[in-house]
Ligand binder design. Structure first.
Ligand code: ZXD
Length: 441
């Protein structure tokens, strides 16, 4: 199947196993950016969330605007009709030349990213359309240095990320490259993907170049790795991982490199139960239904700040990180509706980031969401995050709380033990509210 399988670890890749570095485990929030020629049409049907759309409808009605090069080639799809009507059926690569990034300022983007409280930032370096956002080897000018923006966008993002004090990752589409492979459009999950040695070596050289030039802390691969590249060889995936860990000893790789190796698992929109266990996993999604900017998305399709914070707290309370995506406009601007969600997350993190950054799960998940409560633990406290104000009765988590130490932010609050729980009077303008306790033991 084309999509990532549950990776197994062949012996040849066991040498790469290592403990998950604390900088990643405790980060809580990362920010993704999808940006490419697809950001020029910025067009998809806002069909629904991955996981909620029947698979047989997904490809012809793909809500992922970054899949435009595929969706526009599917006979009779609304995207194909849109492409004919609005873009005269022009070749996809015209969008690369039309992409000017005229308002792009990497430091401005990273100022918004850093203000969310995120610990790391990951831009796409090559998505499935094969266009690279740096002058990657073998691309023969089909990249953003030679055409369109005429800029090394990855270099600009890397410098701005480091200047903002965040860790830097690179997303690389290893499993799909519609330009290199020249395959017909994908219409089913098990349609073919490039697996030959020529592509595997091409992609290997890209990953090595990214490592050598930008020293990323995260290699975020997608879909999987070409099978011919998994086998031992001078340009094998194992060689790329070996190079990575030599250059970046506390670097991490995700779980979409085929049957090889991973430091952390990933779930996409859907909270996969096989993935979201322990503390080495990340849930990723767009702020809306798409990763690439989709001009057809409105408020109803986007997470509000409140919904995004609940997702962040839920994910962290279960041991993971949230990787939330921004779909940049072709100009380089952050879409206004997405910016509002990001700013709201930052407001919340300035009040309650102490309950999620560096936090671990505390005890078992509540049986029900009435009322909604999530528990986290940091070195010095246990935190109950509730989404209501007024009198709240908290059931005791696994460890006994010292109700006399209850506080909301810096403010001490009265809490009294009642039958089987602790009653706290919750007042704060910003919800959800984290109530922090020391424990008796
Ligand atoms: C999670 C995110 C990186 C998505 N992965 C699968 C892709 O097909 C999709 O466009 C998007 O990049």
């Amino acid at each position: 199947a084309m999509f990532k399988t549950d990776p197994v670890r062949p012996d040849a890749y066991r040498e790469f196993e290592r403990p998950l570095p604390e900088w990643f485990r405790g980060a809580a929030l990362g920010i993704f950016v999808h940006w490419g020629p697809y950001s020029v049409p910025a067009w998809a049907e806002p069909t629904g969330e991955l996981g909620a759309v029947p698979r047989e409808e997904w490809y012809a009605h793909n809500p992922y605007a970054e899949w435009y090069a595929n969706t526009m080639r599917i006979e009779g799809s609304p995207a194909q009709m849109h492409h004919e009507r609005v873009h005269g059926g022009a070749p996809y690569d015209d969008f690369l030349d039309a992409w000017k990034a005229e308002d792009f300022d990497a430091d401005e983007v990273l100022a918004v990213v850093a203000a969310t409280g995120a610990g790391y930032f990951i831009p796409t370096t090559k998505h499935h359309d094969g266009v690279t956002l740096w002058d990657a080897p073998g691309t023969d000018g089909r990249n953003t240095v030679a055409r369109g923006p005429r800029q090394d966008l990855i270099g600009a993002f890397a410098d701005a990320t480091r200047a903002a004090g965040l860790r830097f990752g690179v997303y690389y589409s290893g499993g799909l490259d519609w330009h290199f492979s020249g395959l017909p459009p994908i219409e089913h999950d098990d349609d073919p993907a490039p697996d030959d040695l020529a592509y595997a070596e091409y992609a290997h050289d890209h990953v090595i170049d990214l490592i050598d030039r930008y020293r990323p802390d995260i290699l975020w691969g997608d879909i999987r790795w070409p099978v011919a590249g998994i086998e031992p060889g001078p340009k094998s995936l194992a060689h790329a991982f070996q190079t990575f860990y030599e250059r970046v000893p506390d670097g991490v790789v995700n779980d979409r490199w085929g049957e090889s190796h991973w430091d952390f698992r990933t779930s996409e929109y859907v909270h996969g139960t096989a993935v979201e266990v322990g503390e080495a996993w990340e849930n990723t999604r767009g702020i809306g239904l798409s990763f690439g900017h989709n001009r057809n998305e409105t408020n109803e399709h986007l997470l509000s700040a409140h919904e995004a914070v609940r997702l962040l707290v839920d994910v962290v309370s279960r041991g993971g990180n949230l990787l939330l995506n921004i779909g940049l406009e072709a100009s380089g601007r952050i879409p206004e509706l997405q910016r509002q969600t990001l700013e709201g997350i930052g407001v919340w993190n300035r009040h309650y980031g102490h309950a999620v950054v560096g936090a671990r799960p505390e005890g078992r998940m509540p049986a029900s969401d009435e009322p909604w409560i999530r528990w986290t633990r940091t070195d010095d406290a246990v935190h109950a995050v509730v989404d209501q104000t007024g009198p709240v009765r908290l059931p005791d988590p696994d460890r006994v709380l010292d109700e006399s130490t209850a506080r909301i932010g810096e403010r001490h609050v009265t809490a009294e033990r009642v039958d089987g729980g602790i009653l706290v009077d919750v007042e704060d303008a910003v919800t959800p509210v984290a109530i922090s306790f020391r424990t008796r033991d």
